[in-house]
Design a protein around this ligand. Structure first.
Ligand SMILES: [Zn+2]
Length: 215
């Protein structure tokens, strides 16, 4: 796995086997998921306990087949998430993406320009949403080693960052839907070739997955 490319330190040494039992996903409707999480105490980074929690979160990302996962989704209510960053800013089944970990991230700038994309969430199983967000974000935070990082994301990576970041503030993509009709079942989405044009919104039925369409 490719950890933060800005880091000159070695990746954390996770034990060879993961946790015996993964924590279950916390799903929409659980009030804990709708609360802002606490910042990570800097003294905690690099401790064995912190690395163990990171490892569990990473194992959950793989086991639950996410492209990003935030700590609150497994019941760890601190400001940490993993995301897979795509080199060309488009989700692509051929490429796995670079694993990036953010600790105590903040969004320092976001573009006026917005874009639309289909989003899904491990905490909202069986659904997808047609969601609008800023196209580009400039962000700051810490790597899993506690090293400060500033980065600009655009395209799909900006979308994934904002989605995971929202979890740290108790927000789900479903709360951001411009219209409740923009939330559809995965089963319905699979039949979107037969949808009327402009259902549930202009461009949504033909939008490729893993791509943000500028407004
Ligand atoms: Zn999510």
């Amino acid at each position: 796995m490719a950890l933060d490319p800005d880091s000159t330190q070695n990746p954390p040494e996770f034990p060879p086997s993961g946790p015996d039992v993964l924590p279950p996903l916390v799903t929409q409707g659980d009030p804990r998921l709708a609360k802002a999480s606490e910042p990570v105490n800097l003294a905690e980074i690099k401790t064995e306990g912190f690395l163990n929690k990171l490892e569990t979160l990473h194992e959950a990302l793989i086991a639950y087949e996410g492209i990003g996962i935030a700590a609150p989704q497994i019941g760890w209510f601190e400001r940490v998430f993993f995301m897979l960053s795509m080199p060309d800013g488009v989700e692509n089944e051929e490429e796995e993406g670079d694993l990036e970990c953010w600790v105590n991230p903040v969004v320092v700038e976001m573009s006026q320009e917005q874009g639309w994309a289909w989003e899904g969430c491990l905490s909202v199983p069986g659904f997808r949403g047609w969601i609008k967000r800023p196209l580009t974000v400039k962000v700051q935070g810490l790597t899993l080693h506690g090293k400060p990082v500033t980065r600009e994301y655009n395209g799909w990576n900006a979308r994934v960052f904002q989605h995971e970041y929202d979890h740290l503030d108790g927000w789900l993509y479903t709360y951001r839907a411009a219209d409740p009709r923009h939330i559809v079942s995965l089963e319905a989405l699979e039949h979107r070739a037969s949808w009327p044009e402009d259902w549930p919104a202009k461009g949504a039925s033909v939008a490729p997955m893993g791509v943000v369409l500028p407004e």
